[in-house]
Design a protein around this ligand. Sequence first.
Ligand SMILES: C[S@@+](CC[C@H](N)C(=O)[O-])C[C@H]1O[C@@H](n2cnc3c(N)ncnc32)[C@H](O)[C@@H]1O
Length: 190
Amino acid sequence: MDLFSRIAKRYDKIIKGFDLSTILDNLTLIHNEVILDLGGGTGRLAVAFEEYVNGCILLDRSFEMINQAKKKSTTIMIVQGVSEALPFRKGSIPQIFANDTLHHIHKQDETIEQCYEILSTSGHLMVREFDPDHWKTRFLIFFEKLLLFGSKFLSPKSLEEICKKYNFTVEWERLTKSTYLLNAKKNSSY
Ligand SMILES: C[S@@+](CC[C@H](N)C(=O)[O-])C[C@H]1O[C@@H](n2cnc3c(N)ncnc32)[C@H](O)[C@@H]1O
């Protein structure tokens, strides 16, 4: 059992809250479409999203984490799965958001490629991450190393390069000094 599964019941209390209004203000949400919350964990964002989009699918590999999400909502569609092998039809998902998740994913390249595959034409992938070049993130890197998470933090430039390799058009901005939001729009030919 991985660490997230072991702490699932206490996750929401352990983890520091996030600034939902900053995230929502900066996300380009398509309000009449469904969103995939990739690595959505206990569903703290998915629950909030429900008000702003036309349905939310939460995918996470941890059975224990998604069990917590199930307790929060009966309307979120919850899927146990891994980001590197997404169980959705090609071109079927209009928008994906991954919050504080990509650095926990070991197969990051494959994940970006899979996102491209399942996104519909002009769909977009949004990633909120910690910039490893900022001193605050260094503490997080150290802490996650101690916990043997095996995290791999990508700078916005490195993530941009990976996304471009899979034919995304990329924009990113800083949300705080240590966090960024990257928006990768699917180009139609690949
Ligand atoms: C730090 S938590 C973030 C959860 C949620 N996004 C949030 O903001 O509360 C990272 C999540 O990524 C999930 N995860 C890690 N690797 C994954 C993978 N390859 N596929 C799907 N989920 C994964 C973990 O199970 C965990 O729930």
